[in-house]
Design a protein around this ligand. Structure first.
Ligand SMILES: *Cc1c(COP(=O)(O)O)cnc(C)c1O
Length: 391
């Protein structure tokens, strides 16, 4: 390739990135200014307030880490943990496994609580692990497991952490903007998210928020945070607010214009309305898939509306279907990961991509593709079934 890169126009209905709202792309192209420019400082304050709204928190340490969701995850672990600490880590999919990696790389011990892929984290097992490990400092879990589409009960799990005198680390990368995230209501301590899932923003930024309890633990550390870049004490010098902002790293200026726009869009819609929209389109998609004869992996009461794992029918090749959807419809859906690789497709309904047009388009494209392959499905009924949900 020698000329400019012109990406194809896709419909992104996988596990993220999701379709970016054109308003956000336009914001991204506004003129770059200096990261200590007084005008930029105003934008930073506004982003912080909008993040507090999105997370439903008053936490003063609320900011966007200048790197993707994985960096937000790492920021939570490296700041709260010191060598020798114990963490109870819940695993019911890919991302709990990454939490374990983070714990071990901090020189701490991970006590794993395993649940089947496709199931929510079981609070009873978590309580047993907390009882059996009174030395545990942190309970870590994924609210919305993107690898399976299961939703865990964050309120109950955070309450258990408190009851057993632990801090909580909560992954809300896929939940923020799609289902309720209530940081203060849950009493959660360290929470990270991402921009490219239900915020429908460009990838590469990770909103995080820390409770006062978490800040005290960070301030009382015996050892320096192992990561210079993610050391919240240093980052706070730039994002801190009250005092003068000191240079730490050059903020991704234009990406922050985009984040600001995406948070404004969320606030204009309202959190409750955004959650209800995700729920409605999820119900329509699920009705269409089930009418087709396909089944969803996760039980109805534990399903994430924004991430739908669908079992691949017998005799149908996973990759061929995804390739045809991409080639013939410019539609991206996700493959299964880990234990579910080759067994499921993951259909995302995230943020801007979560709308009636996409639901009917995806059902129609999948129906046509599977029918043309001679798959054993009920052809031609999915779109009607979804439309019934819309009334
Ligand atoms: C996508 C995702 C991440 C990682 O985010 P990146 O931006 O890809 O680094 C972490 N946790 C969950 C639950 C995710 O869905």
């Amino acid at each position: 390739m020698t000329g400019p890169f012109n990406p194809p126009v896709r419909t992104l209905m996988g596990p993220g990135p999701s379709d970016v709202n054109p308003r956000i792309l336009e914001a991204l192209s506004r003129p770059t200014i200096g990261h200590l420019d007084p005008a930029f400082i105003g934008l930073m304050d506004s982003i912080k307030e909008l993040l507090q709204y999105a997370f439903q928190t008053q936490n003063r340490l609320t900011l966007p880490v200048s790197a993707p969701g994985s960096a937000g995850m790492e920021a939570c672990f490296v700041n709260l943990l010191e060598p020798g600490d114990t963490v109870v880590v819940c695993q019911n999919g890919v991302f709990g496994g990454r939490m374990k990696e983070n714990v071990e790389r901090c020189g701490a011990t991970a006590v794993m609580v395993q649940d089947d892929w496709g199931k929510a984290v079981d609070p009873t097992k978590v309580e047993e692990a907390l009882k059996a490990n009174p030395q545990a400092k942190v309970l870590a879990f994924v609210h919305a497991e993107t690898s399976t589409g299961a939703r865990s009960d964050a309120k109950t799990l955070c309450a258990l952490a408190k009851q057993y005198d632990c801090l909580s680390i909560v992954d809300t990368v896929t939940s923020l903007g799609g289902i309720e995230v209530d940081v203060d209501g849950w009493g959660a301590d360290a929470i990270y998210s991402g921009t490219q899932k239900c915020l429908s923003c460009v990838p590469g930024i990770s909103p995080v928020t820390f409770s006062e309890r978490a800040i005290e633990v960070i301030k009382a550390r015996k050892n320096k945070v192992q990561s210079w870049f993610l050391d919240m004490d240093l980052v706070m010098g730039y994002w801190g607010g009250e005092s003068k902002r000191a240079y730490h790293h050059t903020a991704p200026i234009n990406a922050l214009y985009a984040l600001h726009e995406s948070l404004l869009i969320l606030k204009e819609e309202g959190l409750q309305a955004a959650w209800e929209r995700h729920d409605l389109h999820h119900r329509a998609l699920a009705a269409g898939l089930e009418a087709m004869g396909l089944s969803l992996v996760v039980a109805p009461e534990e399903r994430l509306p924004q991430l739908n794992s669908v079992s691949i029918p017998d005799g149908v090749d996973d990759a061929t279907v995804r390739q045809q959807l991409l080639a013939n419809y410019s539609l991206e859906i996700g493959a299964g990961l880990g234990a579910l690789a080759g067994k499921v497709w993951r259909i995302g309904l995230m943020g801007f991509a979560c709308n009636r047009k996409n639901v009917l388009f995806c059902l129609g494209a999948l129906d046509s593709t599977l029918t043309a392959m001679g798959a054993d499905i009920n052809s031609g009924v999915a779109v009607n079934a979804a439309n019934k949900v819309y009334g």
